[in-house]
Design a protein around this ligand. Structure first.
Ligand code: ADP
Ligand code: GLC
Length: 483
């Protein structure tokens, strides 16, 4: 099949979280299974063109996108394909030339987000027309790319390569819906009915790109079966769109993400000071010692790691009141993350209060994240909600049992040490007490080396590869044929 993916993140070119990992892995596995896959993302100002060997697209001339009274000169750059998907980066200095994916430091959204996303959607569809390439499916990822399905639903496309194209929206996180004031609607050149109640894009008097994508895509899915159930059953997790999703009925489903088992393999990982595997685990001890030294932590207890965005979603605030107690029980705590300033301050304060016991690296650092997964003993992810979560899968693969809350994709991937085939520790209530009880069970298990190493081995052997999810996406694409 011919598949055009549109997204704001694509690892390793542009990544703020798991979206970038997921799209790159899915596009790669679909290409390997014989599909023709093209991916369009913006050429952000901080993408290193030289390092990634990007080059202006031969055969695709510069073009102009006209929308909302603006004329924007664009051209495409291309990443080396090496048998994988054809990755096209949309260049427009005015909209994408600055650093950042969503906003400065990816905390405050850029004020001109709507025209940026309109350009991404239109530019990506323009690529298919310019290349005279007729995608069977336009597969858009999250609210940032959802406008493309709206454009396809509203524009006349007879006689273009997009005439018979069908659309799929994958929701990676319903909490990020791309909301805008209604007066910005003129930037879109779309029929006015969309923006006025009960129009598809209207949401409490403003504009909502996720809602429009949900209503105007041929099919919609999200990244785990449990999150798919939660967002329609629970208004809070549904973030105001539970009813809208419910109304799509069988058109809305959940497909659990896989993980890229080549990019995330402790046996070959070049970011690690030593490699290891379940059968030959000695390298993990080297990684642990190196991580302790790198972070200035003293040995003497299990190392509990967290890698993730410092946002309410991730529940790191549930851990903060426990820090003193955890340290006195013997835990070492290592946190890698950036995000809400109040959480960053609290983590800096915890590190200052417990030198040698608590370390906080307040930056986005891909290589260091690999060293965290490898060097830690246990991983903590107390998310309030989690559409899928990839971090816990990486922790499992790196022999670092995860302690997680039973929600979304965490519930679908981590089985508890109290049950058979267990790989980690699961708790239910989003409270420090419930998290603390799970951590108490974890340290107890860690003190029994035989029990711990079989837990580690089971986690490392768990198969969260991409074969099953890729086949599930193929089924979705095929179900669109002839509709
Ligand atoms: P989400 O997409 O909600 O952020 P996931 O668990 O799906 O959560 O994916 C998070 C991804 O981002 C993982 O690859 C994780 O290692 C990475 N990540 C998060 N924060 C950082 C950071 N500060 N430095 C490096 N990698 C990070
Ligand atoms: C989102 C979700 C995360 C998921 C990722 C990739 O960022 O928050 O749970 O793993 O997308 O689908």
């Amino acid at each position: 099949m011919k598949i055009l993916m549109i997204c704001a993140e694509y690892a390793p070119l542009a990544k703020a979280g798991g979206l970038g990992d997921m799209v790159a892995a899915l596009a790669g596995v679909l290409a390997a299974r014989g599909h023709e896959v093209k991916v369009v993302l913006p050429l952000y100002g901080d993408i290193d063109r030289e390092r990634h060997a990007l080059a202006p697209c031969a055969g695709l001339p510069p073009f102009a996108v006209r929308r909302g009274g603006a004329v924007r000169r664009c051209r495409f750059w291309r990443a080396p394909a090496a048998g994988g998907p054809d990755v096209l980066l949309l260049e427009n200095d005015d909209q994408f030339g600055r650093p950042g994916i969503y906003g400065y430091a990816d905390v405050d959204e850029f004020a001109d987000t709507l025209p940026r996303l309109a350009l991404l959607a239109q530019g990506a569809l323009e690529a298919a027309v310019l290349l005279d390439w007729a995608p069977d499916v336009v597969h858009v990822h999250d609210a940032a790319a959802a406008l493309a399905t709206v454009d396809l639903a509203c524009w006349s496309r007879a006689g273009t390569p997009l005439a018979a194209t069908r659309t799929l929206l994958t929701i990676h996180n319903l909490a990020h819906q791309s909301l805008h004031p209604r007066w910005e609607f003129t930037a879109l050149d779309l029929p006015a009915r969309l923006a006025w109640h009960p129009g598809e894009m209207e949401f409490h008097g403003g504009l909502n790109l996720m809602k429009a994508g949900i209503l105007m895509s041929d099919l919609v899915n999200t990244v785990s079966p449990t999150y798919a159930r939660e967002v329609i059953a629970d208004e809070e997790t549904g973030c105001g769109l539970a009813g809208v999703l419910r109304d799509r009925g069988a058109d809305f489903s959940g497909i659990l993400n896989g993980m890229d088992r080549e990019a995330w393999d402790p046996a070959t990982d070049r970011c690690l000071p030593a490699t290891y595997s379940a059968g030959s685990p000695a390298g993990k001890t080297v990684c642990r010692t190196a991580l302790l030294r790198e972070l200035g932590l003293q040995d003497g207890g299990p190392v509990l790691a967290s890698v993730g965005r410092l946002a309410r979603q991730k529940g790191i605030d549930l851990l903060l009141p426990l820090v003193d107690g955890l340290v006195s029980e013997g835990w070492r705590l290592a946190v890698l993350g950036t995000g809400e300033p109040a959480l960053e301050q609290a983590l800096h304060a915890a590190a200052a209060a417990h030198p040698g016991r608590v370390a906080f690296a307040a930056r986005f650092d891909e290589a260091l994240s690999h060293r965290f997964y490898a060097g830690a003993d246990a991983f903590v992810m107390p998310s309030r909600f989690e559409p899928c979560g990839l971090a816990q899968l990486y922790a499992l693969r790196y022999g670092t049992p995860p302690v997680v809350r039973r929600t979304g994709g965490l519930a679908d991937t981590v089985t508890d040490a109290a049950g058979p085939g267990d790989v980690g520790f699961v708790f239910d209530e989003a409270t420090p007490a419930a998290l603390g009880a799970a951590l108490a069970r974890a340290i107890e298990a860690w003190r029994e080396p035989g029990r711990w190493s079989s837990l580690v081995r089971r986690g490392m052997a768990a198969d969260f590869g991409w074969d099953a999810p890729a086949a599930a996406y193929e089924d979705l694409y095929r179900s669109l044929e002839g509709t």
